[in-house]
Ligand binder design. Structure first.
Ligand SMILES: C[S@@+](CC[C@H](N)C(=O)[O-])C[C@H]1O[C@@H](n2cnc3c(N)ncnc32)[C@H](O)[C@@H]1O
Length: 276
């Protein structure tokens, strides 16, 4: 599975995420508040956008947060951010390199590295589209089965992906769409402009998002590069089956971070499953 080029460039990824209001943090905070876990795991934690505030919450409420990330550059950035946190937050936080498709080795390695005992989790999160990166049934089953093994019975797995948008997918079905401006964001003298063309491969349920990034740095230098994202498109019943086939009872299917049920106009598809 090729890594998206932008994940090798955390400066750009972090600028990019400032460019739109994601609005998912309160949703995850409330979920953890409700679940009252001892241990939570976030898969694909990136630069720690969610992980660090959740670890602060953990420090205040008495739970730990483990962030697992596949791309070393992203993990290094998360570790840099973590080093600026209070001692209590740092104590509540563990960060490690690992692939959700090989969760056992990643978590055993993490446990061995910090000398801690390896425990199962009470909550596992796959937020902000991480699961779109799992493009084959084998990858998906490995991830879901791994999550089940690492959750206590009664624990919660929460997966957040984009709802399938048929209009958008069909626009790229016969050929790649024309390229359009997609995002522009500036901060502290840096500007990121992003354009996008998409192609939907219906037989594979896979959309290729061909991003082009145009960076203008503080010193006036410019950088342009391409970052392709092969995104698996999940349909709701399919996600429900994936949960049920891997040892979960389906608990909720939500369509937004406000907690609305999944429906025809939903932008998100957030599925919560309880480990049987
Ligand atoms: C959309 S980013 C989200 C990052 C972060 N959670 C956030 O909200 O900003 C997806 C992240 O998942 C990571 N990722 C992709 N495939 C993964 C895998 N198989 N195992 C672990 N992490 C993965 C990527 O490297 C990337 O950092």
């Amino acid at each position: 599975m090729p890594v998206e080029e932008v994940y090798r460039r955390p400066d750009d990824y972090e600028l990019e995420t400032l460019g739109h209001e994601i609005g998912d943090l309160a949703f995850w905070q409330e979920l953890l508040q409700r679940e009252r876990p001892h241990r939570a795991l976030e898969i694909g934690c990136g630069c720690g956008r969610l992980t660090l505030p959740l670890a602060r919450q953990g420090a205040a409420q008495g739970f730990s947060v483990t962030g697992l990330e596949m791309e070393p550059a992203m993990l290094t950035r998360a570790q840099e951010h973590a080093s600026a946190e209070s001692a209590a937050t740092q104590k509540a936080l563990r960060l490690g390199l690992g692939d959700v498709r090989a969760l056992d080795s990643a978590l055993h390695r993490l446990g061995a590295a910090d000398g801690a005992e390896v425990h199962v989790f009470d909550v596992i999160l796959m937020p902000y589209g991480v699961a779109h990166h799992l493009t084959s049934p084998d990858d998906q089953l490995s991830a879901w089965r791994g999550a089940r093994r690492w959750l206590r019975t009664g624990g919660l797995l929460a997966v957040d992906v984009m709802a399938p948008n048929l209009g958008r997918l069909l626009a790229g079905q016969e050929a790649q769409t024309s390229r359009r401006d997609d995002l522009e964001v500036s901060r502290e003298g840096r500007t990121l402009r992003r354009t996008l063309a998409t192609r939907y491969y219906a037989a594979l349920q896979q959309e290729t998002l061909a991003y082009e990034y145009h960076l203008s740095e503080r010193d006036g230098t410019r950088r342009d590069y391409r970052s392709d994202f092969a995104s698996y498109i999940y349909f709701p019943r399919e996600l429900a089956l994936l949960f049920r086939a891997t040892g979960f009872t389906l608990e909720q299917m939500l369509g937004s971070y406000s907690g609305a049920p999944y429906g025809v106009h939903s932008r998100q598809l957030i599925v919560l499953g309880r480990a049987e």
